[in-house]
Write a protein that binds this ligand. Structure first.
Ligand code: FMN
Length: 341
């Protein structure tokens, strides 16, 4: 589709989500992890958590062969994370995303991988606040859903508080009022993306300071949060908490989000109920020719910490990828769990 055609794509009425998304708790964008199957699974445990897609590049959306914007309706509220740095392309993708019903568009200014730096997007964009502001402005002109930015507290030697506030001020001036801050800087050379999530120290105080100095902005914190207790502590200072690895590796943490953080009184779903609700989704996926392990790889951490969780994990890991594997594999994994650990 050409850019001209894109700009002529009509918006579907009724697609404009409320700007007042609940940002108390969100699940971080994670490449290869937070795909649509994971997000469906996550939504069974929390109705309130704001879910983010994996980063999708503008190139994939505009020129790729697949439908990179596909998702299940049940996933709402859902934010699309875009990777890119061309204002025109980002604007075109934002417009497409809004027409598809996404509730928010988030720009990735935090990913440090080499591949991403070669494309001149991700964390290296922190050094180009004017370009980020242009991108945000172009995106906002096309859509009425929120356009947000996920970033770090600094990059390389540029890690002063002034560097961060300069970046935030310039992007705010382009109309962005919501930031998600991964509370550590990124080293663009020499560290792998994984190391960049572990080695640079977390500095929560810096993010709290940012909120004090920019109280008009919505600021969510990200990085190293592993319990709802910790999330509550951050929420004393900030508007929201974004959790990545813990929400993936120990997904049942999501089951407490609505009641513990969002004042819902609905009963907390049990792990077995989660599986019960997931089975029809798995069945549909298999009927459409999908592979079992494309879903089960996301659920192996569900019983983490409980007796039998190793048996569950092992049974699924050893059997779900086999050709023809079906729902009976999940049922057998439950039996294996009851039998031993
Ligand atoms: C496997 C994996 C993939 C990730 N992919 C993305 C991504 O696509 N976009 C992004 O902004 N951050 C990405 N991140 C970073 C997370 O969004 C988050 O900022 C980071 O993991 C720190 O939060 P945590 O300590 O709660 O995991 C990824 C992290 C992991 C573990």
């Amino acid at each position: 589709m050409t850019l001209k055609q894109l700009s002529e794509t009509p918006l579907k009425s009724g697609d404009l989500a409320s700007a007042a998304l609940n940002r108390t708790f969100s699940v971080a964008p994670m490449l290869d992890w937070t795909d649509r199957h994971y997000r469906y699974f996550a939504r069974l445990m929390s109705k309130e958590a704001l879910l983010y897609t994996e980063m999708v590049t503008t190139g994939a959306i505009l020129y790729g062969r697949g439908d990179y914007l596909a998702y299940n309706e049940e996933e709402h509220p859902l934010a699309l994370q875009l990777g890119g740095s061309d204002p025109k392309d980002l604007a075109a993708c934002s417009r497409l995303a809004e027409a598809r019903g996404y509730d928010e568009i988030n720009l990735n200014v935090g990913c440090p991988s080499d591949r991403v730096q070669n494309g001149r997007f991700g964390a290296c964009l922190m050094a180009e606040p004017t370009l980020v502001a242009e991108c945000v402005d172009a995106m906002r002109q096309q859509v009425s859903i929120p356009v947000t930015v996920k970033t770090r507290i600094g990059i390389d030697e540029q890690d002063s508080y002034e560097f961060l506030t300069d970046f935030i001020s310039k992007v705010e001036a382009a109309g962005c009022d919501t930031f998600i801050i991964h509370a550590r800087k990124a080293w663009l050379q020499g560290l792998s993306p994984k190391e960049n999530r572990e080695i640079p120290p977390l500095d929560y105080d810096r993010v709290y300071q940012l909120k004090r100095d920019f109280s008009q902005l919505s600021i969510s914190i990200n990085g190293g949060v592993t319990s709802l207790e910790q999330a509550k502590e951050h929420l004393q200072h900030l508007d929201g908490v974004m959790v990545g690895r813990e929400a993936y590796q120990n997904p049942y943490i999501l089951a407490g989000v609505d009641t513990e953080l969002c004042n819902r009184t609905s009963p907390v779903i049990t792990r077995d109920e989660v599986i019960g609700k997931l089975l029809p989704y798995i069945g549909k996926h298999l009927a459409e020719g999908g592979r079992l392990n494309h879903i089960t790889r996301h659920i192996i951490g569900l019983y983490q910490g409980l007796p039998g969780s190793r048996a569950w994990r092992r049974y699924l890991s050893e059997n779900a990828h086999k050709p023809g594997a079906g729902i009976e594999v999940v049922e057998a994994a439950i039996k294996a769990m009851a039998g031993n650990d």
